[in-house]
Design a protein around this ligand. Structure first.
Ligand code: GLU
Length: 255
């Protein structure tokens, strides 16, 4: 299978913004194993801004764009250093791909991006994609990595998009506030009503939230790709997702 895995800041970093070493190590181990089993993997990784802020000793996202962009420049290099080191332990090669909205709107950029992604996959490399937050501006921003994950899954014609977050899936309400909120295990089709249930983004260091995840689900399932939202706190869940036994929400492909 060709699998795009999107990992959020809340999965990769502690609340301080600093790397969650135990989790990052386990994540790279499981992904390496899935690769060894024959799956092709593209990783869409957040964490640049969060980790950069952590390194600068800032515990909350500042309002000014320049500090966030500077933090992204700092955090992105730590992110890639970490991935390169951890995947190398299992003999896997990684490649950094940083894109902005211009790659979606300008056709030639998009073609080049596709060529590079396909060539890397042919060569058995794990492409690691993030938005180039350091240079993305209002006009050329993708904005969140759930959407980026969906864009990349559609481009590489993935079989599955896995979104690893800090929640077990999609709930009928906010499980942190509403004790009656229930996890929906299978979504046959993303409807407007379902999107309306998704509420508002919440996390402190990353962006996104459920709204962007449901939009991502719509983008890929309409294109024939299944999507899963699962909790990344134990990366072993990726095995269960492939076995069909995971606690998660599965969005069925519409084709
Ligand atoms: N590109 C951002 C980062 O790496 C994260 C965006 C998101 O999590 O949606 O920090």
């Amino acid at each position: 299978m060709r699998i795009v895995i999107k990992v959020g800041t809340s999965t990769l970093a502690h609340k301080t913004g600093l790397l969650n070493i135990k989790r990052a190590e386990k994540m790279c181990k499981v992904i390496s194993d899935l690769k060894n089993a024959g799956h092709e993997i593209v990783l869409v990784s957040s964490g640049a801004i969060g980790m950069g802020l952590g390194k600068l000793g800032l515990t909350k996202r500042p309002d000014d764009v320049s500090t966030c962009q500077a933090a992204a420049a700092i955090g992105q290099s730590e992110l890639m250093y970490t991935y390169d080191k951890l995947f190398s332990e299992y003999n896997h090669t990684v490649a950094q791909i940083l894109i902005t909205g211009a790659f979606v709107t300008i056709e030639d950029y998009g073609k080049n991006l596709n060529n590079t992604l396909y060539r890397l996959l042919e060569q058995g490399v794990i492409p690691i994609v993030n938005e180039n937050d350091t240079v993305a501006t209002e006009e050329i921003i993708i904005g969140d990595n759930d959407t980026l994950g969906a864009i990349i899954a559609n481009r590489v014609k993935a079989d599955l998009l896995i979104i690893l977050s800090d929640i077990d899936g999609f709930f009928t309400g906010d499980p942190n506030k509403d004790p009656n909120a229930k996890r929906i295990s299978v979504v046959e089709k993303v409807t407007d009503e379902l999107e309306a249930l998704a509420g508002q983004p919440g996390s402190r260091l990353g962006t996104g939230g459920m709204v962007t995840k449901i939009k991502a689900a719509r983008m890929v399932t309409e294109n024939g790709i299944e999507m899963v939202i699962a909790n990344g706190k134990d990366p072993d869940i990726m095995y269960d997702i492939l076995d069909g036994t995971a606690v998660c929400t599965r969005f069925l492909s519409q084709k």
